[in-house]
Design a binder for this molecule. Structure first.
Ligand code: F3S
Length: 61
């Protein structure tokens, strides 16, 4: 499982707060996801981050 962040991101930061193993904030103030597979043990928090994004910017990649 991989995730990506699309152009709808408004930089609220929720995803990086919920699942910092997968999501981080860039210098541009938007989120990015790690390019590799979601680490074992982080699947549920990554899914929670996806579901928590207020603008639906996180998609399965
Ligand atoms: Fe952006 Fe959604 Fe994360 S708005 S910072 S992708 S929770």
């Amino acid at each position: 499982m991989k995730y990506g962040v699309n152009e709808n991101c408004i930089g609220c930061g929720l995803c990086a707060g919920i699942c910092p193993e997968v999501f981080s904030m860039t210098d541009e103030g938007v989120a990015k996801a790690i390019e590799s597979e979601v680490p074992a043990g982080s699947e549920s928090t990554a899914a929670e981050a996806k579901d928590s994004c207020p603008v639906g910017a996180i998609e399965k990649a």
